[in-house]
Design a protein around this ligand. Structure first.
Ligand code: FSX
Ligand code: SF4
Length: 299
């Protein structure tokens, strides 16, 4: 099968449709987004690479929210984010304390939770000259959160941060806190998936999860391989060859669920396989297993 980029883009619907948002939802969303009293959001970063935040900052959409600024400034009250807030030091942490005392906020967690060494491998912050470990901050804040969004595979299950031999004992947020989490998988997750999660919460919609805590709307159904334009093409034996299947080069598409082929990345410019990079299965709970990458796996 030889699929041109034009044909490929044709079968990729608009994000709103792909994400199952109806016209009524979009109308309701417009009202919610116009409400200055959006929900409080605390965004924590633990053991990860900050790529999840960077992915969100790459958001470009034709419908509201149009970009990350639109989402973060107009739609929600982002009360704490280590990279994006203007406050710093004790005054930043005081914001967290304020929101915590009100309760009912959305806790967004990026990065895994290191649990060895008394949690001292990762500090959330210092407050009044006292160090607070990330594991302690997550546990405390999870207790009074209305919902917990795990942004990325590290926060969901440990991900790269928990890869063997996992010297700092990294765990996912659910494994650490025992609380139900909404796992927006991916290393990093697509910005539209993160926005989708936030929008569902803004709309007051229940999110149905699969057995791994991932939203079924985003991560259920057929494997990514079933929607790949390279399905049933000749097997590539070398990297860098267009339009050939990458299974022998280690593609994890047949064992991975994610709407990458339908949605594309970077403002619909491309996705891993179209750039001749095998899928590495970054939305899977056991990611990065099986290692090494780029080696064929038996299914
Ligand atoms: Fe993990 Fe976030 Fe991968 Fe990185 O910090 S999901 S390593 S892209 O960005 O947590
Ligand atoms: Fe596409 Fe990978 Fe499946 Fe080949 S193995 S068809 S490259 S998803």
């Amino acid at each position: 099968m030889n699929v041109s980029r034009r044909d490929f883009l044709k079968f990729c619907g608009a994000s709103a449709a792909t994400l199952g948002l109806t016209a009524t939802d979009l109308g309701h969303l417009k009202e919610v987004l116009a409400n200055p009293a959006g929900p409080n959001v605390i965004w924590l970063q633990g053991s990860g690479c900050t790529g999840c935040s960077v992915s969100l900052l790459n958001l470009i959409s034709s419908s509201a929210p149009l970009n990350a600024a639109d989402l973060l400034i107009k739609s929600i009250n982002l009360r704490y984010h280590p990279n994006l807030m203007a406050l710093a030091g004790d005054s930043a942490v005081a914001e967290v304390e304020k929101v915590y005392s009100i309760g009912g906020y959305v806790l967004a967690v990026e990065g895994g939770v290191p649990t060895k060494f008394g949690g001292n491998a990762c500090l959330a912050w210092s407050f009044n000259s006292q160090d607070v470990t990330f594991q302690h901050a997550v546990m405390d804040l999870a207790n009074r959160a209305a919902a917990i969004l795990c942004i990325g595979t590290c926060a969901s299950w440990g991900g790269i941060a928990a890869a063997p031999p996992n010297p700092t004992g990294v765990k996912g947020v659910k494994a650490h806190t025992g609380r139900t989490t909404i796992n927006i998988a991916g290393c990093p997750p697509h910005p539209d998936w993160i926005v989708w999660g936030v929008v569902q919460l803004l709309l007051g919609k229940a999110i149905t999860l699969d057995i791994y805590g991932r939203p079924r709307t985003l991560f259920s159904g057929e494997s990514l391989h079933e929607h790949c334009p390279r399905k049933e093409t000749e097997e590539a034996e070398l990297f860098g060859i267009d339009r050939q299947c990458l299974e022998e080069l280690g593609c994890r598409g047949p064992r991975t669920k994610a709407p990458c082929p339908q949605m594309l990345w970077n403002n619909k410019a491309n996705w891993c396989i179209d750039a001749n990079a095998p899928c590495i299965g970054c939305t899977n709970p056991n990611f990065p297993d099986p290692l090494p990458f780029y080696q064929e796996v038996d299914d």
